[in-house]
Design a protein. Sequence first.
Lengths: 209, 115
Amino acid sequence: MSAHAATLERPEERRVPADAPGPAPVRIVVGYGFWIFLLSDFIMFSALFATYAVLHEQTAGGPSGHDLFELRHVGIETLSLLFSSYTCGLAMLAVERRRLPAFYVCAGLTFVLGATFLGLELSEFAGLIARGAGPSRSAFLSAFFSLVGLHGAHVTVGLLWLTFMVAQTAYRGPRDFVRRRLLCFSLFWHALDIIWVALLSLVYLMGAR
Amino acid sequence: MPGDAEGDPAGSLALYTTGLVFALLLTAASFLVSQTHLLWTPGVPAGLAVLAIAQMGVHLVFFLHISTDADNTNNVIALAFGILIVTLVVSGTFWIMAHLNSNMVPATAVMEMSR
């Protein structure tokens, strides 16, 4: 059944047109469901964005974004995450074409770039806390650490998930259900970069002016 | 997006690479807008917002493969709903907090009241 279903997953090979009643291929349904989850994640982030927007000027006499944000640091973080999204896409292309060596290389690059981002962000947080600009210093900093920290927590979970998926692909092979899970991971990883674009623009670039 | 087969091999690599190039350009533009005087200063927040929305769109189309083909209709509808809720949450928060702020009693009057 699964080998047969694999060929039916390509849209042009389906006998049923896309607008006909009946279930779509599993891959499309899984993608839709995970996309709905990602949208709920965006809504959670939007609540924290709104909180940050309300509180970003409440510095309680302490440092503001202008005093704290280092744009060179943020630029490297941005490039790391963006390129990791690109290599994640390449990894997806490779696994769909069953080119496993290319998949492992691209997945490894995705991990390294994501870990670079995370390491830079952790060092930024440690530096802020050491300067007395930790999350308890002011409402601005509480909102900043919550918002950026939640994104960092998502990146951490993503890296763990990626490790697990690479191991699963090695152990079980690029079977249908493994590739569907990799699809979900790639959607998650791209969504994190979308959130970072908003973070970069609204928190760092606006705050550093 | 979510779910469609990757299609023509060369085509999809081109899609990801084009998306990367656009995203890099938009990122560079964002840094330039915020750090130089290329844009009229009062317009910088709006400029950053527009560039951010454009880059999020680039990610959605080129990386997440949101499109208008028949298999993607549900995804587009879900995205539209998500944008609606996000707009309500953010603008609603601003509205409520602005009203609460203007309704706050001045500090000296609070001290009077507690005597």
